[in-house]
Design a protein around this ligand. Structure first.
Ligand SMILES: [Fe+2]
Length: 345
C-alpha cells in the first residue's frame, strides 16, 4: 500500500523532514506525560476526513492500510455524548490523527475564549502526537459572541496581517503546539485591501512564523470566481512553509459562480495543482475533504487511490529534482579548487 512506500521515501530523501520535526520540537517537551505521548508524527500521503457516515465502514477495517491518516475537526467531537467519543478513541488507536479546527476565528477581533482553548488543548493532547500541529482557517467566524457558521474573509491589510499573526502566536502558546493557517475560498473582498491574497498570506506566515495548510481547491475556486492565475498565486507564497495540503471538489452554482461545497470528486485542475506543489516541496500529508454528498467509503478510497497515483508521480519528480541538485553540488565540490569559498556550498 502507498503508506509504506511514502514512509520509506520520506526516510531516504526528504530533506525537509528535519524542518518539519523542528516545528514540533519547539513545543514537544511541554506535553510529556500525556497518556497518548507515544503517538507517531503525522505521516505524509493521502488522508481522509472523518465523517460520522463513514464510521461503521472504517470501524470494520475497510480503510486499514488504505489511507495515511484521518483528519477530524475537534469542534465536532468536544462535548459529544453517547457512544461517539469512545468510538473515536478506538479509531485514534489505529490511525494517525490530524486535527483541523473550524471556530478559532483567527481573523476575529474578540479575545480568545479560554474555555474553548482549554477544551481544544485537552483534545489535541489526547489524540494527536506531541508537538503535532493544529490548523484553522485564515478567516473570521463570528462577532459579539455569535458564531456565523461560515469562514469569512478578512481585509488584506498590514494592520490585519499584524493582528492575525499575533493571534496565531497566541494560539500556539495556548495550545503549546505549532499552528498552520489555511487559505480559504471567498466570494467577496472585505473592505479596501492594500495587498492581494498571496502577499497578505505571506505577511501573516512570516510575522507569526507559522506553517501553511495549503488548500489547493480553495485556490482553484478563487481562481474560477475571481480570475486569478492559480500558478502565479502559488509562486508568490512561501511554499517552504507548507506542512499539509487539502484537496476537495466544488460545485457550480450558476454561470459565474463556483461554490466550495466539498460535495464533489476532486477536479483534474486541483490534482494538477497538488502535483505542482508536491513536485516542488516533496512529500506532505494531503487530505481528501468530502463533507457533502458523502459516498460509500469504498468510493472515497478509490478516489484516494487515484489521488495517490498522481501524488506518487509528483514525489518521483521531486526526488529527481533533489538528485539533480545534489549531483550538481557534488560535482561543484569535486571541481572546486582547494580553499575555494564554494567548496562547501
Ligand atoms: Fe480545506
Amino acid at each position: 500500500m502507498f503508506l509504506v512506500s511514502d514512509a520509506s521515501t520520506r526516510r531516504v530523501i526528504d530533506p525537509t523532514a528535519a524542518a518539519l520535526a523542528a516545528d514540533g520540537d519547539r513545543f514537544r517537551g511541554s506535553v510529556a506525560g500525556i497518556s497518548m505521548a507515544s503517538r507517531p508524527p503525522l505521516p505524509s500521503g493521502i488522508g481522509l476526513g472523518l465523517r460520522v457516515k463513514l464510521l461503521p465502514a472504517i470501524e470494520r477495517g475497510e480503510a486499514d492500510g488504505q489511507i495515511a491518516f484521518l483528519e477530524v475537526s475537534p469542534e465536532n467531537h468536544i462535548h459529544r455524548r453517547g457512544g461517539l467519543p469512545t468510538r473515536f478513541a478506538r479509531l485514534a488507536e489505529r490511525f494517525a490523527i490530524s486535527t483541523h479546527g473550524l471556530t478559532m476565528s483567527l481573523g476575529g477581533h474578540e479575545p480568545f475564549d479560554p474555555e474553548y482553548f482549554a477544551e481544544l488543548k485537552d483534545f489535541l493532547d489526547r489524540y494527536s502526537a506531541p508537538g503535532q500541529w493544529h490548523s484553522d482557517h485564515l478567516c473570521f467566524g463570528g462577532v459579539d459572541g455569535r458564531a456565523f457558521h461560515d469562514l469569512l474573509p478578512v481585509p488584506f491589510t498590514e494592520a490585519c496581517a499584524r493582528r492575525v499573526a499575533a493571534r496565531v502566536r497566541e494560539a500556539q502558546d495556548r495550545l503549546e503546539r505549532p499552528m498552520l493557517v489555511e487559505n480559504i475560498s471567498y466570494y467577496l473582498e472585505l473592505g479596501a485591501s492594500e495587498f492581494d491574497e498571496p502577499e497578505f498570506i505571506t505577511q501573516v506566515l512570516e510575522r507569526a512564523d507559522c506553517g501553511l495548510l495549503l488548500d489547493v481547491n480553495n485556490i482553484h475556486v478563487n481562481a474560477l470566481n475571481h480570475g486569478v492565475d492559480p500558478y502565479d498565486w502559488l509562486a508568490r507564497v512561501p511554499l517552504e512553509r507548507v506542512r499539509q495540503l487539502h484537496v476537495a471538489g466544488p460545485d457550480r452554482w450558476d454561470e459565474t459562480l463556483w461554490v466550495d461545497t466539498h460535495g464533489s470528486p476532486v477536479r483534474a485542475e486541483v490534482k494538477d495543482l497538488m502535483a505542482w506543489v508536491i513536485e516542488r516541496i516533496g512529500p506532505r500529508p494531503v487530505l481528501l475533504e468530502r463533507d457533502k454528498n458523502i459516498p460509500p467509503l469504498a468510493e472515497l478510497l478509490a478516489e484516494a487511490r487515484s489521488l495517490d497515483a498522481v501524488y506518487q508521480l509528483a514525489v518521483e519528480r521531486w526526488r529527481a529534482r533533489v538528485n539533480d541538485v545534489e549531483g550538481a553540488r557534488a560535482g561543484a565540490r569535486v571541481r572546486a579548487p582547494e580553499g575555494s569559498v564554494h567548496a562547501h556550498v
